[in-house]
Design a protein around this ligand. Structure first.
Ligand SMILES: NC(=O)c1ccc[n+]([C@@H]2O[C@H](COP(=O)([O-])OP(=O)(O)OC[C@H]3O[C@@H](n4cnc5c(N)ncnc54)[C@H](O)[C@@H]3O)[C@@H](O)[C@H]2O)c1
Length: 313
């Protein structure tokens, strides 16, 4: 059993990852400063064996954990939704770059393996469809979204420098849109916003004409992929996401069905640099990790909606 550090442990993905690691008997330390995470995601672990939580900004270093020797580090800490990273631009840049390098140095000194949670946003508004790992992307380096997109890209550059020079064992994963219970209902992401508004009887706000496409991966599938990437020897980058593609209008209709409502749609202006299409090519994850998603959108939406109903009511 490994000693594992999870940064961003109080977040949506981090908390599910902690649950999965503990279920397999690993000893886990979670770090989070609650920038976008929430204590309710970890409260079920109070007093549980094998889990310790440290509230701190990971950019402040690992001095408080100096007596522990981690074998695996999952670096997930970062605001992830556009409204959140736009509200915390410098924090987002620092946690994906300076903190990534600090953790790479730790991995280098202590022989740990590091997983860097990158994103499909490194492909920007893509000219290739679907996106495979060999595509370099189409990102505006000075647009508002660059505080996230370019920070993740530079995080990847740091990891690849350490890999290329054999300074650290690390893997880059590129996560595509993932949804499920414990998403912050107010994080501004499309699945959480539609479900929240549906439960509250409000219209769904659709940006643009709603014909832009996204692919949505259920959280349990993604966590399996994250664990497989860490437990493999690959360096990545490896795409992790669900290749089934839906327009936002189709998503709105599916959520309406799950909530048994006929939602009104309110069309809004498309945000700057919003990608028109997003679909992962997961051939590499299939061959290298023997991984592919299995949860269908309706099934995942049902789980998510029933969790959010309990939370909001
Ligand atoms: N959910 C997705 O669809 C998705 C897609 C692509 C990439 N990702 C990446 O996966 C990771 C997790 O995303 P999520 O959806 O769980 O988001 P989230 O906002 O729910 O979780 C991120 C967590 O990191 C914490 N955090 C942020 N800055 C920190 C800092 N400086 N020190 C300590 N903790 C800090 C937040 O408080 C939060 O708990 C992020 O790196 C994100 O960029 C997620």
């Amino acid at each position: 059993m490994a000693k594992v550090l999870v940064t961003g442990a109080a977040g949506f993905l981090g908390s599910h990852l902690v649950d999965s690691l503990l279920a397999d008997g690993h000893q886990v330390v979670g770090v989070d400063n609650f920038a976008t995470g929430n204590n309710r995601n970890l409260v079920h672990l109070d007093g549980s064996d094998g889990f310790d939580f440290v509230e701190q900004d990971i950019c402040d270093g690992l001095d408080r954990l100096a007596n522990l020797k981690f074998e695996q580090i999952f670096h997930l800490a970062s605001p992830a939704s556009p409204p959140q990273y736009l509200a915390m631009p410098l924090e987002t840049m620092h946690v994906n770059t300076a903190a990534t390098e600090m953790l790479l140095q730790y991995a280098s000194k202590n022989g740990a393996r590091l997983l860097f949670a990158s994103t499909s946003e490194v492909y920007g508004d893509p000219h290739e469809h679907p996106q495979s790992e060999s595509y370099w992307g189409n990102v505006n380096p000075i647009g508002p979204r660059s505080v996230y997109d370019e920070a993740k890209r530079f995080g990847e550059t740091l990891v690849s420098h350490y890999q290329r020079n054999k300074l650290a064992d690390a893997v880059i994963i590129r996560i595509f849109n993932t949804y499920g219970p414990r998403m912050d209902p107010d994080d501004g992401r499309v699945v959480s916003s539609f479900i929240r508004d549906g439960i509250k009887g409000r219209p769904f706000q659709v940006f643009g004409d709603g014909k832009q496409t996204r692919s949505f991966c259920y959280v349990s599938d993604l966590i399996r992929g994250i664990r497989a990437a860490m437990d493999s020897k690959i360096t990545g980058p490896v795409n992790l996401g669900n290749p089934n593609e839906f327009t936002l209008l189709e998503l709105a209709a599916q959520i309406g069905k799950v909530l048994e409502i006929d939602p009104d749609l309110e069309f809004k202006e498309l945000p700057v640099d919003d990608p028109k299409q997003r679909q992962p090519d997961i051939s590499y994850a299939k061959s290298a990790l023997n991984w592919e998603p299995t949860v269908q959108l309706t099934e995942g939406l049902q789980e998510t909606a029933s969790w959010m109903k309990t939370l909001l009511n």
